[in-house]
Design a protein around this ligand. Structure first.
Ligand code: SF4
Ligand code: SF4
Length: 437
């Protein structure tokens, strides 16, 4: 492995920054009881404690067995359950992401990832066009699921484990916007909407619902054009180059002085903008540090905004209200509950709906098993974790499962289709908007 001198210096710098943070872990093992991966595999090497122990000797391990280090550090959902419950407040997510960046800097990025991240995803225009083309040809590889009420189709290829995928929308949200009329200004707060890839390309109706709700509550909505991915897939793959490129793109696009709040409908985008973008800015070379911190402070999940800023509250419980309501259960996305501690607000949105009442499932806070690229690389384990979630959803007796992250919606839809379960998967804003708009 040949590394340039500047790259080598960077590697040493990252390793040093890792060293101190790894040593904060006192190996108490409390992360074992909350790790969904450990619950599925029972392997100590999968839990945060095992990974941190390995990272303690990273320099030696990496030279001896780089493939093994990479496999272990990448076998993780990045769900943050370990960090949320850690009594020593070890910054496990930052450590894991830095470790992935070190491994990638040392081993290099695969050609496929390099091409896809740096040539396609880092250029939002190009990524949009590729996905629009994909929307046209996807049915060569997918078949509809007939009467199964899941909102996805089955991939024909057994090589891809017969996954059930949510189809790419024929008209993505950013295209729908081109034909939308201008809303009249109000005295409400100025809200910029960060769409995110999945809402734009898979769930454009959800994004439209968010805009309608914001308008209903009197917000002045700004939707900056040419938005792209928040960068989490690149960061998770250790590719800081394309991640920096995307953050740089957005920092030019989203001028925090032009709005009061930056709202998203994706738990992962919110957590990435609030936590990962500013921690990235600690790198001295990054020019937009102040702007990133300013942006992070203004960023909110849609449920947090509606409840804590616009004052949405639960409807009073009257007998008449109860009789006609359907039951909706709620799944907590890890990035919302564990990373940002937001779990009351989405539930309040359900309780504020005129058509639904909240029916809690057990273990609502447990990961659905998606974990972004984890699902692509470790589908069997991802499915095992996902099917447990379906059992809890079914046991709740609800007719709808709501959540606040489009990635969770993709995973839960796949598991619903696999088990032929007739429970609708919806974004929590849709539950709130039913009967309101
Ligand atoms: S809970 Fe925290 S301190 Fe304890 S082993 Fe896990 S990471 Fe280390
Ligand atoms: S991030 Fe999640 S899957 Fe990874 S070690 Fe922590 S709890 Fe386990």
């Amino acid at each position: 492995m040949k590394i340039k001198r500047s790259g080598f210096k960077n590697l040493i710098r990252m390793m040093k920054s890792l060293e101190e943070r790894v040593q904060q872990c006192n190996r108490c093992g409390m992360c074992q009881s909350v790790c969904p991966l450990y619950a599925a595999t029972g392997h100590e090497k999968d839990v945060a404690r095992g990974k941190l122990q390995m990272l303690d000797g990273l320099m030696r391990e990496m030279f001896q067995n780089p493939g093994g280090v990479s496999a272990r550090i990448n076998h993780c959902l990045l769900c943050g359950s370990c960090e949320a419950g850690c009594p020593r407040q070890v910054s496990v997510m930052e450590i894991f992401l830095t470790a992935r960046a070190i491994i990638t800097a040392y081993q290099g990025l695969s050609k496929v990832k390099k091409f896809f991240f740096r040539r396609i995803m880092a250029h939002p225009d190009l990524f949009d066009r590729l996905m629009e083309w994909g929307a046209g040809v996807q049915y060569l590889f997918m078949k509809p699921l007939g009467k199964t009420p899941a909102s996805c189709s089955q991939l024909v290829s057994p090589i891809l484990s017969n996954r059930n995928l949510v189809a790419i929308a024929k008209v993505p949200f950013h295209q729908k916007l081109l034909h939308a009329g201008k809303s009249s200004p109000s005295n409400g707060p100025k809200v910029a909407f960060f769409v995110g890839c999945l809402l734009d390309k898979l769930f454009p109706e959800t994004a439209q619902t968010i805009i309608k709700i914001l308008g209903h509550h009197g917000a002045n909505v700004i939707i900056p054009k040419n938005q792209g991915c928040c960068g989490i897939p690149m960061m998770a793959a250790g590719d800081r180059e394309s991640f920096n490129q995307l953050v740089d793109h957005h920092i030019r696009l989203l001028n925090a002085e032009e709005f009061d709040y930056l709202v998203t409908g994706c738990a992962t985008c919110t957590a990435t903008i609030k936590k990962i973008w500013p921690s990235m800015a600690e790198a001295k070379s990054f020019p937009g540090k102040e702007s990133l911190i300013g942006l992070a402070e203004k960023t909110m999940d849609i449920s947090e905004f509606l409840v804590n800023v616009m004052g949405v509250s639960p409807r009073p419980n009257s007998r008449n209200n109860q009789i006609s309501k359907s039951e909706a259960t709620y799944h907590d996305p890890c990035h919302l509950r564990k990373t940002l501690k937001i779990y009351k607000e989405p539930r309040i949105l359900i309780q504020a709906s005129s058509k639904y009442q909240l029916k809690e499932m057990s273990e609502a806070e447990t990961c659905c098993g998606m974990g972004g690229s984890f699902n692509l690389r470790h589908y069997k384990t991802s499915t095992e974790i996902g099917l447990k979630k379906i059992d809890h959803i079914k046991a709740s007796g609800a007719t709808v499962v709501a959540t606040a992250c489009p990635a969770c919606m993709v995973q839960i839809s796949d598991m619903m289709a696999k088990t032929k379960t007739a429970i609708n998967v919806r974004h929590v804003v849709e539950i709130y908007s039913d009967g309101l708009l």
